[in-house]
Design a protein around this ligand. Structure first.
Ligand code: NAD
Length: 436
């Protein structure tokens, strides 16, 4: 049976509540989103026919600031998934201490089946339908799975148009630009946002290795999109050995390590992970120049990526990947969760028994929302920070967050996930009580 991510999020909240004897009213408030918006978006397809797309925006909690969280375009998006993702966003913002709440959006669609024009009309339709709920001080979406800077730019432009028509006046830049983050640089985005999630996770990993006084090298990564590819690249440049990567179509293993840029070059040309001109399983119909060395490389079943004998496993695709069914076979010492909700509560119990350290999503991937907050701040103040300044602000914040989580995990004799939950829930409780 498919796991319900919202049930998983609630189970994690219960674990935290038990540990800190959380006030029942606060538990009730945090266990439900404040608002669920369901939309049907009509889109004129290239064929001339109209098609309806079901879409959501879930606003979980805004006691600490405007709702903040990505919009996902995926065929299997469902309300329970979006509720869970919104819940984790509230916790994630609280873990890092940024003044934002939690929200998430999604559209049931496979964007790869749409033309560029259809994708633009769908994205503009979403922004129009949700315009009343969005705004710099209300709800601030960002990209997530299969959405990107171009989609954010379309949405900002449509939000501006809709609001100007409604209000009968021009909006100031600070009234529309900070409504969405993860925009292109030309469209008002922040330098460093494209690499922020992965960069933040590496800062956390480095702090974890330093704190635990351990040295680790080999890495397997599930998911080769924004989060997974950039993490592979940063870790590769720092001397880690990336031995395996996967995406929605294939998984690829190289015993001597692989170069993420070469894998990406192949993916751009051939649509999945692999190595250029690689005869060791490379598709005959897809050749790209580059003359890569394929020795020691092979395609593996996708599920194997999670159970390879590596030091560090990075789930960077979707939720519910490490489950009660496969956690017993995980051989990594550390799991760095770039994907949200990648590990189920049943899997967590098994990982704890096996003394595998899971660095939880709400800490590990919080670099993305943190730089989104930096983008929002720059748009509000009409500032433009250098990439260096962004990294200089992100690094101490992520490292401090790890130390705070680690301290609480030790204090409450629990794992890092519950430690992160305790930190977040305590901060949310304080804000909720103050706002009454
Ligand atoms: P993306 O769309 O750029 O990439 C997703 C990747 O996952 C693609 O390579 C896709 O092929 C792969 N994938 C899909 N199904 C798969 C499967 N069954 N097995 C293996 N790979 C599969 O998305 P992203 O932005 O990189 O997001 C990935 C995860 O990271 C999501 O859980 C997202 O919520 C989380 N996250 C992303 C950000 C961000 O800033 N991008 C921030 C925080 C969390």
């Amino acid at each position: 049976m498919a796991q319900n991510p919202h049930q998983n999020a609630l189970k994690q909240l219960e674990d935290v509540a038990k540990k800190i004897k959380l006030d029942k009213e606060i538990f009730e408030i945090l266990s439900k989103p404040q608002r669920i918006i369901m939309m049907q978006i009509p889109v004129k397809m290239d064929s001339g026919k109209m098609q309806m797309f079901e879409a959501y925006r879930v606003e979980h909690n805004n006691a600490r600031g405007p709702y903040k969280g990505g919009i996902r375009y995926f065929p299997q998006v469902d309300l329970n998934e979006v509720k869970a993702l919104a819940h984790w966003m509230s916790l994630k913002c609280a873990v890092t201490g940024i003044p934002m709440g939690g929200g998430k959006g999604g559209i049931i669609v496979d964007p790869h089946q749409l033309s560029a024009g259809e994708l633009e009309r769908l994205s503009r339709g979403y922004a129009r339908a949700a315009a009343d709920f969005l705004g710099p001080k209300k709800d601030v979406p960002a990209p997530d799975v299969y959405t990107n800077a171009q989609i954010m730019d379309w949405m900002v432009s449509e939000f501006k148009k809709t609001k100007e028509k409604e209000l009968g006046r021009k909006l100031k830049a600070s009234e529309y630009l900070p409504t969405l983050t993860g925009k292109s640089l030309r469209g008002g985005g922040s330098k460093g946002r494209d690499i922020a999630t992965a960069q933040g996770s590496v800062f956390v990993l480095e702090e974890a290795l330093k704190t635990l006084k351990i040295k680790k090298s080999t890495v397997a990564i599930q998911g080769f999109g924004n989060a997974g590819y950039v993490a592979a690249k940063i870790l590769h440049d720092k001397g880690f050995k990336i031995v395996a990567v996967s995406d929605s179509r294939k998984a690829f293993y190289c015993e001597d390590g692989l170069d993420p840029d070469k894998v990406m070059k192949y993916k751009e040309k051939c649509g999945t992970v692999g190595l250029c001109d690689c005869k060791a399983g490379g598709s005959k119909t897809c050749k790209c120049s580059g003359g890569c060395n394929c020795q020691g490389c092979k395609y593996i079943p996708q599920s194997q990526i999670l159970t390879l004998d590596v030091d560090i496993l990075i789930p960077a695709a979707l939720e519910n990947q490490i489950t009660g069914a496969n956690a017993g076979k995980v051989k990594a010492d550390i799991i760095l969760e770039l994907a949200n909700g990648a590990t189920t509560p049943e899997a967590d119990a098994i990982l704890r028994r096996k003394k595998i350290i899971a660095i939880p999503d709400i800490l590990a991937n919080a670099g993305g929302v943190t730089v989104s907050y930096f983008e929002w701040y720059q748009n509000m103040k009409n500032e433009k920070w250098s990439e260096d300044k962004v990294a200089r602000k992100l690094s101490p914040l992520m490292k401090r967050s790890f130390r705070e989580v680690y301290k609480l995990a030790r204090q409450y004799k629990t794992d890092l996930r519950t430690g992160a939950g305790i930190l977040a829930v305590k901060r949310l409780e304080e804000a909720i009580k103050k706002s009454r």
